[in-house]
Design a protein around this ligand. Structure first.
Ligand code: 13P
Ligand code: SF4
Length: 340
């Protein structure tokens, strides 16, 4: 399909006194995580994006790892992978701009085949999604005949198309148990599979993929932080190695971690996950001190206010999925959505 480039006018991005006044309430909210010298650049972009998305009937979905100016400034819906997939399915808009990584935009497209789904940077990938191919799944099926294959949502649509059902970090145990099988294969995240295996009687067979952000955390690092910060609570994402989860007070999806902080209001907390999460959550939890080991996801960080504006101005970059792949991939995602 050819995308026709439109001639929408580039908005004026000057930081005028009028824009400063109009955007002041938002800056008040985010001032603890956005430096004053950055605001004159962000404020006009945020204003222009919010105007343009209204004019164009677009909705902006942002993952919890997006930077605070995106998360708090322009997103209509924020969440973890499961929440974003559910909300994408309900989106009352012609255009979805996905501020996250490519597999998330593909999931939105699978659930909204008739809508335009845009990702501001096509290079926003994921080390897990890149670790496995459809041929790898077929090889696993040959190695373990009859064993159902669960795919973590962090995979391409082509890989999902080869699998029986999808899962995310917030429903992996439920999905694995829903299959009524003594053994399941869970691809591609080796650590997620090991962590799920520890939480269920189902035998979970792992593949060898890893998240380049979460694999870097170690049990020793967690213990060192605990020594340095008295009374520290540690909450971790299940893409971390099992030895890290063993040191944590809680483990859950990004949304699960946010809910935990909101509910428990710890004096000091360390979120063992991608760096921007702490910034985003700190804005809404001013009484909690966040200790921040800063592992950035280079893929998530490819999304910026400037390329979100360009996405809305020039309809770029449209995410399309071959219909032959989309049908079985959608089945795997919809099957997951039906698990409660
Ligand atoms: P969540 O579904 O928990 O948001 O995780 C997505 C992800 O990519 C974590 O690295
Ligand atoms: Fe992929 Fe890891 Fe980045 Fe999440 S944090 S998008 S799993 S590379």
């Amino acid at each position: 399909m050819t995308i026709v480039q439109t001639t929408r006018l580039q908005p004026d991005l000057a930081y005028t006194p009028q824009i400063a006044a109009e955007m002041a309430p938002l800056y008040e909210k985010v001032r603890s995580v956005i430096a004053p010298m950055e605001w004159p650049i962000y404020a006009p972009l945020i204003r222009a994006i919010n105007q343009l998305k209204k004019e164009r009937g677009a909705v902006i979905l942002a993952h919890n790892y997006q930077t605070p100016e995106i998360f708090h400034g322009v997103a209509d819906i924020v969440g973890d992978s499961l929440q974003l997939a559910r909300e994408a399915g309900k989106a009352d808009a012609n255009i979805i701009v996905q501020c996250g990584v490519h597999f998330m935009a593909e999931t939105s497209k699978l659930l909204n085949p008739e809508k335009t789904v845009l990702i501001p940077d096509l290079g926003a990938g994921c080390s897990l999604a890149e670790s496995i191919t459809p041929a790898d799944v077929r090889a696993l099926r040959r190695q373990y005949p009859g064993v159902p294959v669960v795919t973590y949502v962090n995979t391409s649509a082509a890989v999902k198309a080869e699998c029986d059902i999808c899962c995310t970090s917030s429903n992996a145990v439920k999905v694995v148990e829903s299959l009524g099988s003594e053994r399941v294969i869970l691809v591609p995240d080796e650590f997620l599979a090991q962590n799920v295996n520890a939480m269920t009687d189902v035998e979970v067979i792992a593949f060898s993929g890893r998240c380049e952000v979460h694999e870097r955390f170690s049990a020793k690092e967690i213990r060192d932080y605990r020594t340095g910060f008295d009374g520290l609570k540690v909450i971790a994402h299940p893409e971390c190695p099992p030895e890290v989860l063993a040191e944590a007070d809680f483990a859950g999806s990004t949304a699960g971690m946010i809910a935990w902080v909101k509910e428990h209001q710890p004096e000091k907390v360390m979120m063992v996950t991608e760096c921007s999460m702490s910034d985003n959550v700190a804005v809404e939890n001013p009484n909690v001190e966040f200790i921040r080991p800063c592992n950035l996801c280079p893929h998530m960080k490819k999304i910026s206010l400037q390329n979100i504006l360009d996405a809305l101005l020039f309809d770029q970059h449209e995410v399309l999925i071959d219909p032959q792949i989309a049908a079985p991939a959608r089945r795997a995602v919809e099957r997951m959505m039906a698990v409660r």
